[in-house]
Design a protein around this ligand. Structure first.
Ligand code: HPA
Ligand code: ZN
Length: 349
């Protein structure tokens, strides 16, 4: 189910934006999963795509992850990863995404016998052509599974060394509760020594202390989700002062029951507290919408005006890892202004 039909005004979809929290494996649509399963001789325990879609009723993060990891079995060859990423980039472009920093989970594939090089070269096959084909610039962020040992993360980082020219940074994802960031201190130190940028999921289902740990022990530059920071006013003050971006995923938070309903989502309160928040789709094939759909949904549910939307779009480019090309960042910010000129708000800063 996509939300587009319900929101005739296309400002949110057309608004130029960067997507900074997107798991490429979470863009596997049911129809593509069946096509890949047939091609690769993989049996799926569902009659068809409709029946699979029916299973997308999640009680929490873990119930989603169980299905998400199981369905990845259909991804086997470099071409599979190229097709997956190319399909995402086409969809993202249609929803105003101009720049995408894309997560992938190497351990979820190496554990099934797919080498990390196959995954990275396959993804790069789509990313390298993305600007030309879709008008979307891209970066790749390699995420480690926090519910597996830190040694496995370190081995994965080692195995990826021949392909690091494709990778801008590392992240940390999977089941959060009971898996605090500090266990990954050495992996993050090694990644920093290799010149990689650092992000981590924290405060999606884990407590505010996990956000502090991600900042203080891992040295992350952005926090993925970060929702539960709102329980800790001192932490909010610090995140505002240090301008730490939070990559928020509204439809994901509803589907995984981090919030009861979109109308209860703290996004607007986070903006009003001065936090540098961005809006992203997380796993759009599973959570009911891509980047523009998330913008539309929060506009409707939280009563965001054009000023809020413009600020969210600006934040996405401010928070992007575009330090190597500040001219490009400036062009993207100017595109946001051009798209919203005549609407509320002043020039970009
Ligand atoms: N949280 C943690 N791990 C994930 C998610 C998420 O929302 N999506 C894919 N892996
Ligand atoms: Zn995520």
């Amino acid at each position: 189910m996509h939300l587009s039909e319900d929101f005739p005004e296309d400002l949110p979809a057309g608004l130029p934006k960067a997507e900074l929290h997107l798991h490429i494996e979470g863009t596997l649509e049911p129809e593509s999963a069946f096509a890949l399963a047939a091609r690769n001789g993989v049996e799926l325990p569902y009659a068809d795509a409709e029946e699979l879609r029916e299973a997308y009723r999640f009680g929490d993060l873990q119930s989603f992850l169980d299905l998400y990891y199981a369905l990845m079995a259909v991804l086997r060859t470099a071409d599979d990863f190229t097709e997956l990423a190319d399909a995402y980039l086409a969809r993202a472009a249609a929803q105003g995404v101009r720049h995408a920093e894309i997560f992938f989970d190497p351990q979820a594939h190496t554990a099934r016998g797919v080498p990390v090089g196959t995954v990275i070269e396959g993804l790069a096959g789509a990313l390298d052509r993305s600007e030309e084909r879709h008008g979307v610039t891209t970066q790749l962020i390699m995420c480690f599974l926090r519910d597996r040992p830190a040694e496995s993360a370190m081995e994965t980082l080692d195995a990826a060394k021949p392909c690091l020219h494709h990778i801008v940074g590392i992240g940390l994802d999977s089941a959060e509760a009971g898996h605090p960031p500090a266990a990954f201190r050495e992996v993050y130190a090694e990644a920093e020594a290799l010149g990689l940028r650092k992000v981590a999921h924290a405060g999606e289902e884990g407590p505010p202390s996990y956000i502090r740990e991600a900042l203080d022990v891992l040295g992350v530059e952005r926090v993925d989700h970060g929702l539960r920071a709102m329980e800790d006013p001192e932490l909010v003050e610090r995140l505002v002062r240090e301008r730490v971006p939070l990559t928020v995923c509204p439809l994901s938070n509803v589907r995984l029951r981090a919030v009861d309903a979109l109308a209860d989502h703290p996004l607007k309160a986070m903006m009003e507290a001065g936090l540098l928040v961005t809006v992203n789709s997380d796993d759009p094939a599973y959570f009911g919408g891509y980047a523009g759909d998330n913008f539309r949904a929060v506009r409707e549910a939280l009563g965001l005006d054009d000023h809020h939307l413009r600020e969210l779009a600006r934040n996405s480019f401010r928070a992007a890892f575009l330090d190597h090309d500040e001219a490009r960042r400036a062009r993207y910010l100017a595109e946001v202004d051009a798209h919203t000129s005549g609407r509320a708000g002043g020039p970009s800063r």
